[in-house]
Structure formats: structure tokens, C-alpha cells
Ligand binder design. Structure first.
Ligand code: FNR
Length: 378
């Protein structure tokens, strides 16, 4: 890219360089959102509609940013969100991002829609751990899109378990793929340019590298229901997080079903149009079912672009948050250096904001350290 990495000072700064180097199709896939973009806009805007109530003179000369996620320490209170098509960002794809996460002591959620086998990603993670003499607390989690074919689902879960993934994050907001407007325009244009040609053959009816690791119609199971958790739990004894919960009602049911965590998310604004931001859902939980915050771990993702946003979520009771596109962009534009820089940018923002907020460890964050009236009142 024409921009020097040194000039990437905020996570937003990775976007333009990524656009420069990505193919049009890859750029559109990663940056697009559902319909007119309201869900994505809410994600980005809502963080700016709450503000801090910083406290002063609280002795913050040394601070600690560690946070346990499902019992596993992370050096920072955020993780890398599950993203498919990382092979389009960089030839090193998921293994490279896994190595970068390991170097920074972060956990990473590996998507079902990878461009490399899940075992190879775990190997890269382990290799990096060896290089670091196992000093990094980083762990890999696996995001599961439940396939229609139950035997495929079972064998996939078995592979995930055998490979040593720590937790299973089941995506529950993708009964169908959202209507991604920018992708539709591009597809329509391509069809017009090339003459309509049938692309999705039966052989490609998978999250295959050949398909760019994209979810394809026919793989995702619209029949997925709460009852499916029973057979999944028979195969998977580790922690389960439901990814894509958007209401307090569903958090209640999740508690009843005994999962260890929920990830409040509207899938980066890519699924349902006019979705609540995860922040809105978190506030809903605080109002109608605050006990949830003691019964399971509540994570969220979507539109987090500054370490300050991360801390706002934690003040309101989130255990940790996920960051998606900034890592995709940073990796596309600058490879490993970009991945590390993206983490450093967020880490520095977390640290300086903690100090200016008057907290020296994350467990000192409190709901009264943010003011949510502006968001709630209009
Ligand atoms: C995603 N997301 C996603 N989620 C999931 O459960 N499985 C997946 O394979 C993917 N793939 C994916 C690809 C790309 C290119 C993007 C941008 C997103 C959603 C992702 O996990 C997360 O919810 C959002 O990306 C978070 O929002 P931000 O940080 O991108 O704004």
C-alpha cells in the first residue's frame, strides 16, 4: 500500500490501505453490510453515544490489562472475532493471524469458513507458542456454523476437539445469509459482464477454499433450534458460547440451556437489517435481566474501533469484546506487522484510557463510569 505502516495510528487507518491492495471482490465482501447499512452504522455510532465519567487522582502508575475469558487469561480484554475468507486478505491466512494473536497474548476465534484446515491453524499457533517458550496465554476457539448434514457436524466437532480448540462458539444468527447489498451489485455486474453462468456447483457446496471460504447456500441449517444444543453438548464437553444473540429474551433461554457464554453481535451489521447494536442489547440485559451477567460470560462485538470502546463495554458488564474488520484490513495491507500494530494500537488505547479513567485493573470498571443517557433517551 502507498501508506507507510507508521502512519497507521488508529484502527481506522488500516481500512484505506487494505482497500488499495484487496481485489474488488474481497474488499466488497469484508466491508459490506446488510441492506442500506443501518445495522453497521448502529455498531459504529452507538459507541460514540455513550461517554465516560472519568475519576481522578486514583494512583494509576502501574496497571494490569489481563482478563480471563472462559477461564483462560488473555493479556488484553479483547479477542479476534471469527472471520471467514481470511485467505483473501493474505496468503498466510488464518495461520498468520493465529501467530500474530499468540505473539500478543490474545485469543482468536477461528471461523468454520477458513481457507486452511483447522488443524494447520492450530499447528501454527502451537509453533508460535514453542517459539515463545509457551509464555503466551493465547488460545484458539472455534466458531461453528452448524451444517445441515448432522454427520458432517459431528465429524467437524470431533476434529475441533481433537485439534485442541478451547471453546466452541456456535453462530446462531445465520439461518440464512444476510442480504449484502454491495456484494449483490458486484455479482449482478459480473453476471452482466460475463453472461450469466452457474457458479455454485454441488461440489462447491461447502466452505471450501475453492469457494473463498464463504458460507454458501445449502450449508447453513435454517432448522437449527435450541434442542440441537443437546447433541452438540454430547460431542463437545468444553465451554460453549452462542454467537449472535440480540435480545434479552434469548439470553434468558441461553442461561436455561446452561451455556457458558453469549456473544452479543449483529455479525458486523452483515445479517439482519435494522439490528440492534450489541451495546443496545447489553443495555437491555442490564435493564431487564442483570443477573445474566453473573450467570454466564457476556461478550460482544461489532464496530469496536478504539480501546476506549472496549472499556465502555467492560464498564457495562461485558467480559471481553471481539474485533473483526480491523484485523482483516491490517493483515491484508501489512501482513504480520499489521496484525501486531493493530493490537498495539488497541492495547495502547486501553492502557491510556484506563489511566485517565482512574482504574489500575479491569475489575475496577463500573457501570457508573459511563453515561448512557444520550443513547437511551433518543
Ligand atoms: C465475519 N463474521 C463472521 N462471523 C461468524 O460467526 N463466522 C464467520 O465466518 C464470519 N465471517 C466474517 C467475515 C468477514 C469478512 C467479516 C467482516 C465478518 C462476523 C464477525 O465474527 C464479527 O461478528 C464482526 O466482524 C464484528 O464486527 P466488526 O468488528 O467487523 O465491526
Amino acid at each position: 500500500p502507498s501508506t507507510n505502516l507508521a502512519l497507521c495510528v488508529t484502527t481506522d487507518d488500516f481500512e484505506a490501505p487494505a482497500k488499495e491492495v484487496l481485489s474488488e471482490k474481497s474488499w466488497v465482501y469484508v466491508s459490506s453490510s446488510a441492506s442500506s447499512g443501518l445495522s453497521l452504522k448502529a455498531n459504529l455510532d452507538d459507541w460514540s453515544r455513550i461517554n465516560f465519567r472519568p475519576r481522578i487522582m486514583r494512583s494509576v502508575s502501574s496497571i494490569n490489562t489481563n482478563r480471563a475469558i472462559l477461564g483462560q487469561t488473555s493479556q488484553l480484554p479483547f479477542f479476534v472475532s471469527a472471520m471467514g475468507t481470511l485467505g483473501n486478505a493474505h496468503p498466510g491466512a488464518e495461520p498468520l493471524l493465529a501467530r500474530g494473536s499468540t505473539r500478543k497474548g490474545l485469543h482468536m476465534v477461528v471461523s468454520t469458513a477458513t481457507s486452511k484446515p483447522l488443524e494447520e491453524i492450530m499447528d501454527a499457533h502451537q509453533e508460535e507458542q514453542n517459539i515463545l517458550k509457551n509464555q503466551s496465554p493465547s488460545k484458539l476457539a472455534f466458531q461453528l456454523y452448524v451444517p445441515v448434514d448432522r454427520s458432517k457436524a459431528l465429524s467437524l466437532i470431533r476434529r475441533v476437539k481433537a485439534a485442541g480448540y478451547q471453546s466452541l462458539w456456535i453462530t446462531v444468527d445465520t439461518s440464512v445469509l444476510g442480504k449484502r447489498t454491495a456484494d449483490r451489485y458486484l455479482q449482478a455486474q459480473e453476471a452482466l459482464d460475463q453472461g450469466a453462468k452457474e457458479r455454485e456447483t454441488a461440489a462447491e457446496n461447502e466452505f471450501s477454499p475453492a469457494f473463498g471460504g464463504r458460507p454458501v447456500p445449502g450449508y447453513l441449517d435454517p432448522g437449527l433450534s435450541w434442542e440441537d444444543l443437546a447433541w452438540i453438548k454430547q460431542e463437545w464437553s468444553g465451554p460453549i458460547v452462542l454467537k449472535g444473540i440480540q435480545t434479552v429474551e434469548d439470553v434468558k433461554i441461553a442461561v436455561e440451556y446452561g451455556v457458558q457464554g453469549v456473544l452479543l453481535s449483529n455479525h458486523g451489521g452483515r445479517q439482519i437489517h435494522s439490528a440492534p447494536s450489541a451495546l443496545m442489547t447489553l443495555l437491555e440485559i442490564r435493564t431487564y435481566y442483570p443477573e445474566a451477567l453473573d450467570k454466564l460470560e457476556v461478550f460482544l462485538d461489532g464496530g469496536l474501533r478504539d480501546g476506549a470502546d472496549v472499556l465502555k463495554a467492560l464498564c457495562l458488564g461485558a467480559t471481553a469484546v471481539g474485533v473483526g474488520r480491523p484485523y482483516f484490513y491490517a493483515m491484508a495491507a501489512y501482513g504480520m506487522e499489521g496484525i501486531e500494530k493493530c493490537t498495539d494500537v488497541l492495547a495502547e488505547e486501553v492502557e491510556i484510557t484506563m489511566k485517565m479513567l482512574g482504574v489500575s485493573s479491569l475489575d475496577q470498571l463500573r457501570p457508573e463510569m459511563v453515561n448512557t443517557t444520550r443513547l437511551l433517551n433518543d
